[in-house]
Design a protein around this ligand. Structure first.
Ligand code: MRU
Length: 361
């Protein structure tokens, strides 16, 4: 009998939205503080550009689509800083755009906002009305992401059958998006269709998005979840116990090469070797058709302290250095299928991805 984590959250904590906006354009951005989960379920109030950049960098909010949605609301905060909102946006949007480098959803949102701001300026919209327009746009971006998650869930659930045992990595659910999630959204959709599923969640060193967040979400929904040390994933795939691997993505190049949380590539290699399906679930806002393949995807390097202090202070010898790439790139040849809101592409290539075109609205 394999050891399980609890399938219910003790004393069910309040279900707080991952991203919310309180009030009108003068209101506040509320982010469920993911650095505190699962022990504390608390929203963090965000009122300034500096606070939103800090929240994105420290992973208060994380997951590619969620970062993109947050950036939409971040633009409202910039526009209402007083004085010339257009000038503030010209200065602030590039800073927001580079808060984290790998998730293209962030850049995609900021570019969309910049285009809207340019149009509003051309049309002579007064600066006092800017934040209202941007709040409308942020809410639209949020709702669109929610819709894409629903569609990915429906398409992806068709790949899953009753009784499957799945392996996933990092966190790709409601905490990572503006809706039900990408890979985890597929899993929860299939579960709600009545399919019985067992899910192994890789703990996702060093920041433990799998152990802290995916286990929390699966418990919220009531899906059986077993935690796995990241280094055990390939062996489990090789043992024949895993029917499919499902992951999300932070950026997908034109040919289908996929950047996702570090530790994804070893799972893809193992899945390919042992003939287990490896599914990438991501909205079209995660596609970056401006780059031909994964070699051009910028990989975020995070602080060495996240590795050195992962087990608490002074647990590694003094003076030891650490390298902390936050993502790795899985070549398209290892991807059995890419699930987007527009459907399933088997064995993605430049030719098969091209018809997806621009992100759907
Ligand atoms: O560093 P994070 O927690 O932002 O990394 C998140 C991931 O790698 C997810 O797998 C990815 O964003 C896809 S989730 C919808």
């Amino acid at each position: 009998m394999k050891p399980r984590v609890s399938t219910t959250v003790p004393e069910t904590p309040p279900r707080i939205s991952t991203i919310d906006w309180e009030g009108n354009a003068a209101g506040t951005l509320l982010l469920l503080d993911q650095t505190l989960l699962p022990t504390r379920v608390e929203p963090r109030r965000i009122d300034t550009l500096d606070e939103v950049i800090d929240a994105i960098r420290r992973l208060v909010v994380r997951g590619a689509p969620a970062i993109g949605v947050t950036a939409g609301y971040g633009a409202v905060l910039i526009a209402r800083t007083g004085g010339d909102g257009y000038a503030a946006l010209r200065e602030g949007l590039p800073r927001l755009r580079t808060a984290r480098p790998t998730a293209v959803n962030l850049q995609q949102t900021v570019d969309r906002i910049a285009a809207l701001v340019a149009r509003l300026e051309r049309e002579g919209t007064p600066t006092a009305k800017l934040s209202g327009h941007l709040l409308d746009e942020a809410r639209t971006i949020h709702a669109e992401d929610e819709g894409r998650c629903e569609s990915m869930g429906q398409h992806g659930a068709e790949l899953l059958t009753d009784g499957m045992t799945l392996l996933t990595h990092c966190n790709t659910g409601r905490l990572a998006t503006g809706g039900i999630g990408t890979a985890l959204g597929v899993i929860t959709t299939a579960f709600h269709q009545g399919k019985r599923l067992d899910v192994y969640a890789g703990e996702t060193r060093p920041l433990l998005q799998g152990a802290r967040l995916t286990a929390f979400e699966l418990a919220e929904v009531g899906i059986p979840c077993t935690l796995l040390a990241d280094s055990a994933g390939a062996g489990l795939i090789g043992s024949g116990e895993i029917d499919a691997v499902l992951v999300g993505a932070d950026r997908i190049a034109a040919n289908g090469d996929t950047a996702n949380k570090v530790g994804t590539l070893p799972l893809a290699l193992a899945a390919s070797h042992f003939g287990v399906p490896f599914y990438v679930v991501a909205p079209t806002t995660t596609l970056d058709t401006s780059i031909a393949d994964g070699t051009a995807i910028p990989i975020e390097g995070r602080g060495a302290d996240e590795i050195l202090d992962a087990l608490g202070p002074n647990r590694v010898p003094a003076g030891i250095s650490a390298r902390n790439p936050a993502f790795d790139v899985t070549p398209n040849a290892l991807v059995t299928a890419l699930v987007t809101e527009r459907g399933v592409i088997h064995h993605p290539t430049t030719e098969s991805i091209k018809p997806l075109g621009a992100p759907s609205r």
